[in-house]
Write a protein that binds this ligand. Structure first.
Ligand code: SF4
Ligand code: ZN
Length: 709
């Protein structure tokens, strides 16, 4: 038998033994009927569920799974068979980790790792993964010879926007060497036991179930999905034992190449298991094995620039200077000029620079663009990117937009030489990079002089914001002559297609009709295609011939027709990365809406994750529909079923967030004042009966509408 298969089987057999023992012990201790689950998932034990279709709900379900696991370990001298044994190790790791959660335990409460990754986090990763904002997923495990080696590799990934999951002592090593961690910083510590590697494996597996419409039990489809669509790879540090090797075999079976830093000589399998001893090269080698190409932005600024720094928080103690609307005038404006009015790449700082000795400054970020194809409608699309671009600078934090923002610059960034002109360089370079199809010339003025900034705010920015708001609120589905498709999410949800209209943004919340229009203009053969609306079939339910043609075409025939305004009849499909999900609540004849962030129970008896699992992967599920937050107050929300008057319950935070707009819509559509006060939330009701009592007291309109079903 080859040395590699030997090692894999040794590891798999060891894990199988441990798993069987752990299951027996747990059953002896708690009893076979005791329920068991990972926190906040609708996919049971995800690896077992996806691979076999078995729903593990109680400890007594596990012995049969251990038998399946053992059957995967054939001890045959064949690399394919040995990779199956690697999958057995994954199943074993899943069971061992799952048992840690028995009896309501919180095994990761005291750990530096987070353990199991809940469904909503996976859904939130959908958009950054499809846009390439997160170009790949690294799994880093083990203990390196030096803390610096780990930090080098992890920071390398961080600067490239790669999402890194860490397992083992390398977590402490990275912390020691100054790596900042957190999901928003794209470095996620999972745990110290090698079995905690399963928590990233189940992320990939649930992605297949959530986005890919892979059916539980279809192991081949699962392995194809993870191989083709999950851009993950593994790096190990330090000595390899047989358990690590067999876990590595599991990774390879899922299509994830493994790069080790120990010389394993002839054990190497080109393309799947390779040795790289030089940590300067680890990232490069790993990315090329997975075919991940990263466009590096070389900007003339003294600090790093990467999406991974977007979530960086700068505390007061680390802050050199601040621009904050509560203290000084702030505004940011993109405005269109004619070609001869501006000078390309002219960057001006008008007022004191940040080395003047002051801590607080005014700031008007004033961007003038010109281009033959530039349209007024694109100004806000460009302007909204300022937030991300400024945040991408290491040592810069930006929150808010328009005339309400706050920027902090860290001492560190200042010491590296960051000054106002660099903000101008970032804006100029990024606009010319991302909007080159419409912007031919760009001039940036950073006004820190308080009087001049105020003059820009009053005379130009406020009138521009107001005009845009007027245009947006007057823009209805009827007022435009075309909609747009968006198929960005197809890299994860192969048959999903959003239809974006002025009154219905993409379900991820990130693509408005204006965004889709700009995307189409920037890349005419890209993800957003024009859908003319010449042939209406049914206005009330939102059925158009061209919409049907478009979804049929872009879903590759998976869909025949969708309606834009109904949640019951051919509703729009969901990919999985939706901000909110609505689902019918039969007792009150209405719908509940839950946002991704809400962790509690809803009156449907289902959590966000459970509701979300009812749809997704590009399938239509009448009665359940993913959508953006902004859509809640739309005149088109469930319009075919009576509109916003159907909404009977939302989490309080969501209710507060949409209250002003929703009250306005309800007043216009139903003539009801303060409609939001009639809607239940978790402080009012968590079950259908209590909710019904509340709605009856309030005289909620859904109670007297036509039966939903
Ligand atoms: Fe994905 Fe739809 Fe958002 Fe496009 S609009 S990114 S397809 S969810
Ligand atoms: Zn999506």
């Amino acid at each position: 038998m080859s040395a590699l298969t030997d090692l894999i089987y040794a590891g798999s057999n060891a894990v199988a033994g441990l798993t069987a023992g752990a299951v027996n012990d747990a059953i002896a201790k708690y009893g076979a009927d005791t329920p068991i689950s990972f926190p906040d998932t609708a996919y049971y034990f995800p690896t077992i569920y996806a691979a076999t279709g078995v729903k593990v709900k109680a400890l007594g379900d596990l012995p049969a799974c251990v038998d399946v696991l053992k059957s995967l370990i054939t001890n045959k001298d064949d690399i394919g068979a040995a990779l199956n044994a690697g999958l057995a190790t994954a199943v074993g790791a899943e069971i061992i980790e799952g048992l840690k959660y028995a009896d309501g335990a919180q095994p990761y409460a005291e750990e530096s790792g987070i353990g199991f990754v809940p469904d909503p986090i996976i859904r939130s990763l959908g958009v950054p993964l499809v846009t390439g904002d997160i170009p790949g997923v690294a799994v880093v495990l083990g203990k390196a010879d030096s803390a610096e080696a780990v930090a080098k590799v992890v920071k390398d990934y961080q600067s490239k926007g790669i999402l890194t999951f860490m397992i083992g002592d390398c977590i402490e090593q990275a912390l020691e060497a100054g790596v900042k961690m957190g999901l928003e910083l794209r470095v996620v510590p999972l745990g110290h036991d090698v079995t905690s590697v399963i928590h990233v494996v189940t992320v990939a597996i649930r992605a297949a179930l959530i986005f890919g419409n892979v059916q539980p039990g279809d192991l081949n489809a699962l392995l194809k999905y993870t191989k083709d669509r999950v851009p993950a790879f593994v790096n190990t540090f330090g000595a390899l034992n047989e358990v690590v090797v067999s876990a590595g075999a599991g990774a390879i079976a899922l299509g994830f190449p493994v790069v080790v830093d120990q010389d394993i000589g002839e054990l190497q399998v080109p393309g799947a298991l390779e040795y790289e001893g030089n940590h300067e090269e680890t990232a490069k080698r790993s990315l090329s094995l997975r075919n991940i190409h990263i466009k590096v932005k070389e900007l003339p600024i003294p600090v790093a620039f990467a999406a991974a720094f977007e979530g960086e928080i700068i505390r007061k103690a680390d802050m050199k200077v601040e621009f904050w609307s509560s203290k000084n005038t702030t505004c940011e404006l993109v405005t269109t000029r004619s070609m001869d009015e501006i000078e390309d790449h002219k960057i001006t700082v008008d007022g004191p620079d940040i080395d003047s000795g002051d801590v607080e400054y005014a700031l008007a970020t004033y961007i003038e663009v010109a281009g033959a194809k530039m349209q007024k409608d694109f100004e806000s699309v460009i302007e909204r990117k300022i937030h991300a671009w400024f945040n991408y600078m290491e040592g810069v934090m930006h929150t808010g937009q328009r005339n309400q923002f706050r920027i902090r610059i860290s001492n560190d960034a200042y010491d590296k030489g960051l000054r106002m002109k660099h903000f101008g360089e970032v804006l100029y370079n990024m606009i010319m990079d991302e909007f080159d199809a419409v912007v031919d010339k760009c001039q940036v003025t950073l006004v820190t002089d308080p009087e001049k900034a105020t003059k820009i705010l009053k005379e130009e920015a406020m009138p521009a914001y107001n005009a845009r708001d007027d245009r947006l609120s007057s823009m209805t589905d009827e007022s435009v002559d075309q909609f747009y498709t968006c198929i960005l999410c197809q890299s994860f949800a192969p048959s999903h297609c959003c239809v974006v209209t002025p009154e219905r943004l993409g379900l991820c919340g990130a693509v408005s009709w204006l965004d889709a229009k700009a995307t189409n203009e920037l890349d005419p053969s890209g993800p957003c295609q024009i859908v003319p609306k010449d042939h209406i079939i049914d206005e009330n339910i939102g059925r158009w011939e061209e919409v049907n043609d478009a979804v049929k075409k872009y879903s590759q025939g998976a869909l025949e027709s969708v309606t834009l305004y109904s949640i019951m009849e051919d509703p729009m499909t969901s990919c999985g990365c939706f901000e909110c999900i609505c689902g019918i609540e039969p007792l009150s004849n209405g719908v509940v809406i839950v946002n991704r962030e809400f962790k509690g129970m809803t009156p449907t008896g289902m959590t966000f994750g459970e509701l979300a699992s009812m749809t997704g992967g590009g399938v239509q599920t009448p009665g359940f529909m993913g959508h953006g937050r902004h859509f809640i107050a739309s005149h088109k929300f469930a319009a075919a079923e009576g509109g916003v008057g159907r909404i009977v319950w939302m989490p309080k935070e969501l209710k507060d967030d949409v209250a002003v707009r929703l009250n306005k819509t309800a007043k216009e559509m139903l003539g009801i004042d303060n409609f939001v006060d009639m809607i239940g939330d978790e402080t009012i009701a968590e079950d259908a009966e209590t909710l019904l009592t509340f709605l009856t007291e309030k005289g909620h309109p859904a109670l007297t509408m036509n039966p939903l079903m």
